[in-house]
Write a protein that binds this ligand. Structure first.
Ligand SMILES: [Zn+2]
Length: 381
């Protein structure tokens, strides 16, 4: 009789394993991006770092070339996939923008492997939905800030990144974090090859200005903030970022610009800024689904940014960020990123008219918030 019990146990275990596998495999399918006639080319990052070819970390680069001489801007979305406003803003830009001077390079899934899993034991959900104005639904993956261990394992016990950042002890999992391994190594761990691909792209395409879009948990002190590389010959980047922040303040959007931390080695704004000619910026918005105080993980939390625990913590004086009572919806965070990118390009173009970068297609912050993600995102098959 005991073998029957064994078979039952194995059958039940298999049932759960199959159900979980179907779930995990579904996360390997990237969300479709609607056609935009203004996209002139879709390249792959492996064209800039061969060691990415055939791996889950190779990723699409949407090129919008105006055909008119000017500068080049790189926009990184999804460096940390679970910072949902970042990949959604990049996808919205890839679907809607029209470049009228210079060139734009947009990467929606910078750490593409990170989109294929979620944070274990955190009660995460795999996907969230956005209803479009035509009645259809777009589904996006929640993802994780690190590369999936299926693609890069083990985490070693010690790793020295190209910037000199030493990873060990409790920080060793960051060996799967794109934003700790710049300026990259084409022969390093897979995550570091993504960094090398971006480093080479900046050099080969003559990128003048880069924005790496992020979100942070409500406890983070640098929300609604743009970090700027501090190297001595890059002071101009700070004046451009300050001009962007002033433009955003005129739109009633809190924004400030700060220099990279002295020891922020391996982070894009620090280590790409130190080692390439591109002006490097990184922006953060508030995301309550990322902090430990959040309640149930659901679409209300991700899409409406509504978490009463954080509002209460703010009222009680524990959260410095001015948490809105009725949430901080994804559309406002996406619109903030797009507005920041737009004003950065404008300030850069005023400072360097011979390298101007101009684009349109998404309108102002209030245009985007009034339209909502249901109109900004286009229907897909
Ligand atoms: Zn981030």
């Amino acid at each position: 009789m005991s073998y029957i019990k064994n078979i039952v146990v194995i059958a039940v275990a298999l049932l759960f394993a199959v159900m979980a596998s179907v779930d995990f495999i579904a996360m390997h399918k990237a969300e479709p991006i609607a056609d935009n006639p203004n996209v002139t080319e879709i390249k792959m990052l492996s064209e800039y770092c061969e060691g990415l070819k055939g791996t889950d970390l190779d990723t699409e680069i949407y090129v919008l070339d105006s055909g008119k001489p000017g500068g080049a801007m790189l926009i990184l979305g999804g460096t940390h996939p679970n910072e949902s406003a970042s990949p959604v803003a990049a996808i919205a830009m890839a679907e809607n923008l029209r470049c009228t001077q210079g060139k734009l390079f947009i990467i929606p899934w910078t750490n593409k492997s990170g989109f294929t899993h979620t944070s274990p034991l955190d009660g995460m959900q795999d996907f969230f939905d956005i209803e479009l104005s035509d009645g259809s639904t777009r589904t996006f993956r929640v993802g994780n800030r690190l590369t999936n261990p299926v693609d890069q394992w083990p985490d070693y016990t010690y790793y020295m990144g190209s910037s000199g950042r030493e990873l060990m002890g409790t920080e060793i999992a960051e060996i799967r974090n794109v934003d700790r391994l710049y300026y990259g190594n084409p022969n390093g761990v897979l995550t570091e090859r993504v960094c090398a691909g971006i480093f080479n792209l900046i050099n080969e395409e003559g990128i003048n200005l880069t924005m790496d879009m992020h979100e942070g948990s409500p406890e983070f002190l640098y929300l609604d903030c743009t970090m700027v590389n501090m190297k001595a010959d890059n002071q101009k980047a700070m004046s451009i970022a300050q001009s962007m922040a002033l433009d955003m303040q005129f739109d009633d959007l809190d924004m400030r610009a700060e220099y990279s931390g002295v020891k922020s080695y391996g982070l894009s704004h620090r280590s790409l800024g130190d080692n390439t000619a591109s002006m490097m910026t990184l922006m953060e918005t508030y995301n309550p689904s990322m902090g430990p105080l959040h309640g149930k993980m659901d679409d209300d939390l991700i899409v409406n940014g509504n978490e009463p625990n954080y509002y209460q913590a703010h009222l009680d004086g524990y959260i410095y960020f001015d948490v809105p009572e009725n949430g901080y919806p994804l559309v406002e965070r996406v619109a903030r990123h797009v507005t920041c990118v737009t004003y950065l390009a404008k300030a850069f173009s005023e400072a360097y008219p011979d390298k101007a970068i101009a684009f349109d297609g998404l309108g102002s912050y209030s245009d985007m918030v009034v339209a909502g993600l249901g109109k900004i995102l286009k229907p897909v098959d």
